[in-house]
Design a protein around this ligand. Sequence first.
Ligand SMILES: *[C@@H]1O[C@H](CO)[C@@H](O)[C@H](O)[C@H]1NC(C)=O
Ligand SMILES: *[C@@H]1O[C@H](CO)[C@@H](O)[C@H](O)[C@H]1NC(C)=O
Ligand SMILES: *[C@@H]1O[C@H](CO)[C@@H](O)[C@H](O)[C@H]1NC(C)=O
Ligand SMILES: *[C@@H]1O[C@H](CO)[C@@H](O)[C@H](O)[C@H]1NC(C)=O
Length: 639
Amino acid sequence: MSAVSSNHGPRFFVTIRRKKSALLGVTLVTAAVLLCLQYNVAKEAVDESVQPVPANLYLDTDKRTQEGRPNYGGEPKPVQFIANSVASDFLPEQQSQFINNYPQQQQQPYVQSRQSQQVYPSSRKQIYVPPQRIVHFDLKGAPPKVSYLKHVFALIKKLGATGVLLEWEDMFPWRGPIKELAASNAYSKEDIKEILASAKDNSLSVIPLIQTFGHMEFALKYNTFSSLREVPESAQALCPSLNESLTLVEHMVEQVIALHGHVPYLHVGCDEVFQMGECPRCRPKPREDLFLSHVANVARIVKKQSPHTIPLIWDDMLRHLPAATMMLYKMNTLVEPMVWVYAEDIYRFVPSNVWDKYASVFPYIWTASAFKGAFGETMYVPNVKRHLENNLNWLELMNNEGPLYKGGFRGIAITGWQRYDHFATLCELLPAAIPSLAVNTLATSRGFFNATLLEPLVSGLDCSIMPPSSVPIMSDPFLWDTLGRCGFPGHGFFNFLQRFNSLQREVADFITQIDHKRSWLTQYNVRHNFSSPLRVDELLMDAPRLYHSATSMVHSAIENLQSVYDNYTVAEWIEQNIWPLIQRLDKIQQDGANLKQRKVWPRRPFPIIKELERFGLIKGDPSSNARNPGLTANRVPGG
Ligand SMILES: *[C@@H]1O[C@H](CO)[C@@H](O)[C@H](O)[C@H]1NC(C)=O
Ligand SMILES: *[C@@H]1O[C@H](CO)[C@@H](O)[C@H](O)[C@H]1NC(C)=O
Ligand SMILES: *[C@@H]1O[C@H](CO)[C@@H](O)[C@H](O)[C@H]1NC(C)=O
Ligand SMILES: *[C@@H]1O[C@H](CO)[C@@H](O)[C@H](O)[C@H]1NC(C)=O
């Protein structure tokens, strides 16, 4: 969840992107390889057009590097909305900023990165440990089994976490007038109680999270709640000017408090409100007023139901608001902000002046880093190196900025996004990210990361190996080689991903050969049913083996995920990641078999395909083609 965008004036955007979304910088690595850096807004826009075609097929960071955090939604649509609501000269500036700065770093991963630290602190002796280390569980649209969560809670406790931030979204057993908000595979009330009891057993504090402004897709997507949208075409943002919007918030807050009790903190989201001030009711009001008055209303709803609960909000929508305006709406007494940046360079997104401004308003403040779900919407294993850098930079920043605040930093939430928004497909699954979670929980809990922590790391992850003598993250960013023989919850899936990654690359190479490098099984050959059977045989030689490997990957994924997720989630991951390979291999084999049936071949030249008629290559009635624009290749009849 989460990213942000806002309309509070152009500068808003800057911050926004940083968090979950992504602006992106784009780099050309070689003639054909595009490096795509996603950041916020830009990310969305640029990214879509730049990704290599088999976007899903590559995991490697060299080819697609993304930053930012989920929540921005990678779909082109949100971008348009964003663009509409932001000063138009703003986007290009942001984009170019990224293009100028990020890509170079990305080309030579980490080595040249400004603060590429695999150890910390490097020169400085001082270490900083945030008072609270809260691990975020994004549960939207894919509930881990309760038994699995229990194992993970015990693990993070052992590594130094003090609490959990539970983002239930459609996995909460909503009832009464809002029962529709619960997915049909949502947790039951008993499940929730069991999860909360497990947190308690592990002495982990619990902060529930409810979205109350932006990222309301899980409610506003339904007909029942569609009238509460700010903009009819988008289910992203709630209209703050409707009384029924507050009624919806009231129901959610009430039900969450009823199950969680009077928790000390309740996170009410409020990030990335992509549409604000656009409906006829809201248009006359300044956006800052719309935003702040809604936050104030939500905070009052929370206080009314649970007077000692402090509401937390994501900070992105505040970044460019003047301190005086925040004071006017009593933000200082109503909420505490949680400042999120998931990219490595935190000050780039939240510079010193913003820290000064926040300090002039808020006595207490929170931060949020990430351990997964921030560097690419379709990634399936997190780059631990990048996440560690993000977390270590946060420690340094908190050490620097903490003295500005009367009350100081409350703590850091280490976020782990599961989808970039409700409509997005899955990014890294929890079991794939346990090593990253462990490294980053340890680092934030000890205030440093160096070889000293490798012993607690391997023992925490239940590995049957000796701790390495140096931090291996530079050469092994996913930790597949280092942590291949461990027994942490979900290790089977983590190990599986290394095998899957290598198959995926092999299949991608194979497809590149077929489609682009070799000359007898291209789409041209297929359309014209014209090829050399011997060559086709040769090209297809590896196909059965790859096909077989891909199907056995499905079995292996099921086997390894079954203890972690329900079959819906297992199926979604497989459909998204493995099934496309199987489908493509299947099609290639069918095409080959068809081509081989032919024993005699037609004289050249071949008929010009219908699709090219409109370019005037053949005489014909252009209007008849206009009506028939599909891919209905004009197959050359037999000979
Ligand atoms: C919304 O609620 C306010 C305060 O309770 C009330 O004054 C106002 O008339 C309501 N508006 C509508 C359209 O119901
Ligand atoms: C790791 O860092 C800690 C804290 O700065 C320090 O006490 C320890 O000696 C370091 N260990 C190594 C192996 O550098
Ligand atoms: C889930 O999938 C597994 C493996 O295919 C199967 O054995 C099990 O019965 C399925 N569970 C449900 C509830 O359908
Ligand atoms: C290709 O030609 C063979 C032999 O004439 C025929 O059996 C087959 O159906 C054709 N395939 C396509 C796709 O037209």
